[in-house]
Design a protein around this ligand. Structure first.
Ligand code: IMP
Ligand code: MG
Length: 180
């Protein structure tokens, strides 16, 4: 554990158990799907998407989107900014699973589900590694969830503070003195 981390919240073994469990659910739920597409939400869900897709035994495609929320934590606009959009013609043929690192207010995933539905997706489900239900601003429940965590700022396994700590192989609570 590096010095900036107060405690490990989800260790490597637990992450492995989470990806195995969720991949098992997806393998069952999508066995009859004609076209399954995972959308990795950059940059945070990079590691989670990689580990999850290795455990899928179905034909699966991968796409990337990059988004950020406007005034997260304060505004209730529900608007998000799309920096990298999905470029495909065949959206209506595909079953999408949006893969996120963490759900906080719920705005990002709630917006993305609506956006993909508006673009004519055949189906859209959501998958998150972590969920902070106590922080919810909009009513949103993911279809697949790795672990519910308390209202603490966490980093590692893709999640960052100021673009750092994404490389840690575990999810840890960042010492408050780093950001306060
Ligand atoms: P939401 O739209 O409020 O649900 O925001 C989700 C996004 O907030 C995630 O994709 C993360 O980028 C960011 N986020 C929320 N909580 C944390 C955290 O504890 N550590 C790092 N990023 C976080
Ligand atoms: Mg993020």
């Amino acid at each position: 554990m590096i010095k900036d981390i107060e405690s490990i919240l989800v260790n490597e073994k637990q992450i492995d158990e989470i990806t195995t469990r969720i991949a098992g659910q997806i393998n069952r739920d999508y066995k009859d799907s004609k076209q399954l597409v995972l959308i990795c939400i950059l940059k945070g869900s990079l590691m989670f998407t990689c580990d999850l897709m290795k455990k899928l035994n179905l034909p699966v495609e991968i796409e990337f989107m990059k988004v950020s929320s406007y005034g997260a934590g304060t505004s209730s606009s529900g608007m998000i900014n799309i920096h990298l959009d999905l470029k495909r013609e065949d959206i209506g043929d595909a079953d999408f699973i949006v893969v996120e690192d963490i759900i906080d207010s719920g705005r990002t995933l709630a917006h993305l589900v609506g956006y993909l539905a508006d673009r004519g997706a055949k189906s859209v489900k959501t998958c998150t590694l972590l969920d902070k239900p106590s922080r919810r601003v909009v009513d949103f429940t993911p279809d697949y969830s790795g672990a519910e965590i308390p209202d603490k700022f966490v980093v590692g396994y893709g999640l960052d503070y100021d673009e750092k700590y994404r490389n840690l192989p575990y999810v840890g609570v960042l010492k408050p003195e780093i950001y306060s």
